[in-house]
Design a binder for this molecule. Sequence first.
Ligand code: TRP
Length: 360
Amino acid sequence: MSIILTGDRPTGKLHIGHYVGALKRRVELQNSGEFDEIYIMIADAQALTDNAEDPAKIRDNVLEVALDNLSVGLDPDQSVLFVQSGVYPLTELCFYYMNLVTVARLQRNPTVKSEIKMRGFEASIPVGFFNYPISQAADITAFDATVVPVGEDQLPMLEQCREIVHKFNETYGETLVMPKALLPENEAAQRLPGTDGKAKMSKSLNNCIYISDDSKTVQQKVMSMFTDPDHLRVEDPGKVEGNTVFTYLDAFSTTAHVEAYWPEYENLEAIKAHYRRGGLGDVKVKRFLINVLEETLEPFRQKRAYWEARLPEVTERLHEATKIATEKAEATVERVRKAMRIDYFADNSFLEEALRRYGK
Ligand code: TRP
């Protein structure tokens, strides 16, 4: 069996960094027809681990994230798009896995480390937040996922999950499926910077282009993007490395885009060469990027409009999918309980063992 599980935290609308780093691949994999089951999780319970005081934010964004996924081509007939907190067996798995991980190991998890810093949690880390790599291992293993398509920042989570699977199977016998991470092939796509050139797109930095942004907003955001600060006059030689506009082109543009919108050049490399030499202005490159992004985002806007006109159906489908996901996770919990020998009432063996011990 080939099974996909992946997901997003609903802490805000998803941006084009999410698209190119995760959602694009997920839809391609869905459409490849190579997978027996596909689960896409809206990780609201994980989002609450560092937003406990703001449940309303998470609640609103559950639907936003669902619409973001549907708008980029996730097909709810092919993929189970569900809400994490509705799948209660995940908490039980997490409870058992917690026994297989040390505090020191969690402290060494690089993603947890950097997130603790980012959130100012150094002095007092919520236990639930500290524990979320274990909870994420429950998410992945509950669905017998073989493949977990994620961005680069999630690699330490996958590593942690694989350790838990290994430890569990070693301790209780072969029970859990060993998952594998799948990263985006395109390197620029793995870590798309914000429009201000900062390392990450983040809502609080106001440097995101959202999947759901309209044309005018995309144009404005691209026009205000950072480029090479030393490229003052058009004639000056320009730097491509670390130039946000070119990083975005690396992530989004294809040779077909060059042919369609800038046929004076053969490909992106030729555009870069001209920019490096000097004589190519930022505005022209930005106009090209706008065309590329528009061609990417316009079909998403249309799909989104389709689903926005059907919110009752979206809600109903989320509900149904959450039930399907729960059934799947329940089956895994049953296997886990049996392996751990805590399935006392599944059959008569518990009593029979007792009778034998008592010589009866
Ligand atoms: N941690 C992921 C993120 O921050 C979301 C997530 C939760 C996830 N559970 C998962 C991703 C399981 C892959 C598999 O985006």
